[in-house]
Design a protein around this ligand. Structure first.
Ligand SMILES: *Cc1c(COP(=O)(O)O)cnc(C)c1O
Length: 388
């Protein structure tokens, strides 16, 4: 496999299925009380979904297309939920026809539509969070206030739906324990208020947000999220909610990034290393890669990735801005001042591994912007580090 990858001409994403299984096992060991619903958008790759399904995961799907793909893995349909609060009448009817009975919601309008097109279903009301502490906050567009949650779940009950649960998302790549604390505060208050009104949700969905471990921040420094402390806060939060609730609670979680980011790497090539005088009179070195923001590295707005140049061990390095191959100036990282150390001697065609790039790599990709096609992928059973 190693030899085949070293000689492959084209860029590709490599997913380490054994590593994904290991992350799954770690999560269940740390949080034994939760059931996993993998957020498909982070890696809608059949082999990855199949691997997680065999481990016992279900799926958080956001469209009828994702639901159909989840069903293909063979998981029972009651382990798949429609986790998107945004859906048309037709989306709801299609999901219901496919057998889906669990729906996320955050508005009266959506609940009325679920009642009309998926009668008798179970609804999970998503509470808004601030998204503070996360690289991507997911605030504003999703989730309602506690007061709205009361209205929404009362309406659900009146319409013959089952007010089954509350959900949150603390923001993607949540770096703090406070982000989780805030979410538990909000769920606890809302749960107590619902119970006082005679509504007894028996599920809490803690969403995604668990961090990848291998990213660099925008300045090239390791991100180092406090994962052990985050698990501790989640365990304590679960105990607290169990004390608050009038009925026994089941807990779900929808990790995406946490499973796949560090278990995927892109094997690309150097397009060219150049040095040019910039408009400010300074000379700057640029490393252009054969892939970029529009086919695999979409999240380079908030991140830098670890780069490995397997044919240049221990070489002399120069600071460079790193960029993808397209005619778009957003297709770059490190260009606003925080440069990346790259081997001075790299030549066009040299291989480069881009580590911790497995999350959102295949889903956030354009259909050939400037002719640069989506990356193909392959799945292996050895650690990505072993290949590099
Ligand atoms: C994107 C998303 C997730 C996964 O988020 P990560 O930060 O990748 O773990 C989970 N739940 C919902 C509803 C989402 O939209």
């Amino acid at each position: 496999m190693r030899a085949a990858l070293a000689t492959a001409d084209d860029d590709l994403v490599v997913f380490d299925l054994a590593g994904i299984e290991e992350r799954y096992d770690t999560l269940i060991r740390e949080l034994p009380d939760i059931a996993v619903r993998f957020a498909m958008k982070a890696c809608p790759v059949d082999e990855v979904l199949g691997c997680l399904a065999r481990q016992g995961a279900g799926f958080d799907a956001a469209s009828p297309q994702e639901i159909a793909q989840a069903i293909e893995t063979g998981v029972p349909v009651d382990r798949i939920h429609y986790g998107n609060t945004i859906k048309s009448d037709r989306n709801i009817a299609d999901a219901y026809r496919l057998g889906i009975r669990d729906f996320a919601t955050d508005s009266i309008e959506d609940v009325a539509a679920i009642a009309a097109h998926a009668p008798g279903s179970r609804v999970f009301c998503r509470l808004a969070t601030s998204g503070e502490g996360a690289l991507w906050g997911l605030s504003r567009k999703f989730g309602c206030s506690g007061a709205d949650a009361l209205r929404i779940l009362e309406r659900a009950r009146a319409e013959g739906l089952v007010p089954a649960g509350l959900s949150v998302h603390v923001g993607s790549q949540q770096m703090t324990t406070e982000g989780w604390q805030e979410a538990f505060d909000r769920i606890a208050d809302t749960l107590a208020a619902l119970n006082r009104r005679g509504i007894h949700p028996d599920h809490v969905n803690l969403g995604g947000g668990l961090p990848a471990l291998g990213y660099l921040d925008r300045h090239g420094q390791p991100l180092e999220p406090p994962l052990d402390k985050i698990f501790e806060v989640i365990r304590e939060g679960i105990r607290r909610l169990r004390r608050v609730s009038a009925v026994p609670l089941d807990f779900l979680m929808e990790p995406g990034r946490y499973f796949v980011a560090d278990n995927g790497a892109i094997r690309a090539r150097v397009s060219r290393l150049t040095t040019r005088e910039q408009p400010d009179g300074q000379r700057r070195t640029w490393l252009y890669l054969t892939c970029g923001k529009f086919n695999g590295l979409y999240e380079m707005d908030e991140l830098q990735y670890r780069l490995v140049f397997p044919t240049h061990g221990g070489a002399e390095y120069v600071p460079a801005a790193v960029a993808g191959p397209t005619c778009d100036s957003d297709d770059a990282f490190g260009s606003d001042g925080d440069l990346v150390q790259v081997p001075r001697a790299v030549a066009s065609g040299d291989p480069v591994w881009i580590l911790s790039s497995g999350a959102y790599a295949t889903s956030y990709t354009t259909q050939g912007f400037n002719g640069f096609a989506p990356l193909p992928y392959t799945c292996v059973d050895v650690s990505v580090e072993g290949l590099v």
